[in-house]
Design a protein around this ligand. Sequence first.
Ligand SMILES: [Zn+2]
Length: 161
Amino acid sequence: MNNKYHFNEFEKRFESKEIVCKYCNSRTMGDPEEQYYASIYRVMNRSNIIIKRTVEYNEIKIGIPRCNDCFKIHEGGKARGGFYTIILSILALGIFHYLFGEAVVYALIFIPIILAAFLPMGIRENYAHKHNIPTEEAPTKDNEWIKSLLQEGWSTKRPEV
Ligand SMILES: [Zn+2]
């Protein structure tokens, strides 16, 4: 399909054969497990019957070469994103409970959802930039194969029913 990649039958993904990390552009890539895998989708069939809506799609995963250091920075950003989301949710719930008493039941549902929608992404970005590397997703925009797939009608968004 593309000779710059090796298809891993078991993991169902295309592992990049490139040596240099696409994030720091200096260190060399090691374990394919540490590559970033961008998922690309294409709708094959969509049905819209009143009682049942379905969508069938293909998904392929394309590896972006990443060294161990950059892998650790990205993982560190994700861990911090999750941690701060939980801490801030608890804090916000405490304040809500203090201010509104029983209304905390509703806040319990919405606060973590709202925080989880924005906070982890911002923290991940901030953490990567602090270490002078782009976010995990950033190099997918420059990837020639991904770009050509997008032109053929593939999408980076998972199709919704
Ligand atoms: Zn790197």
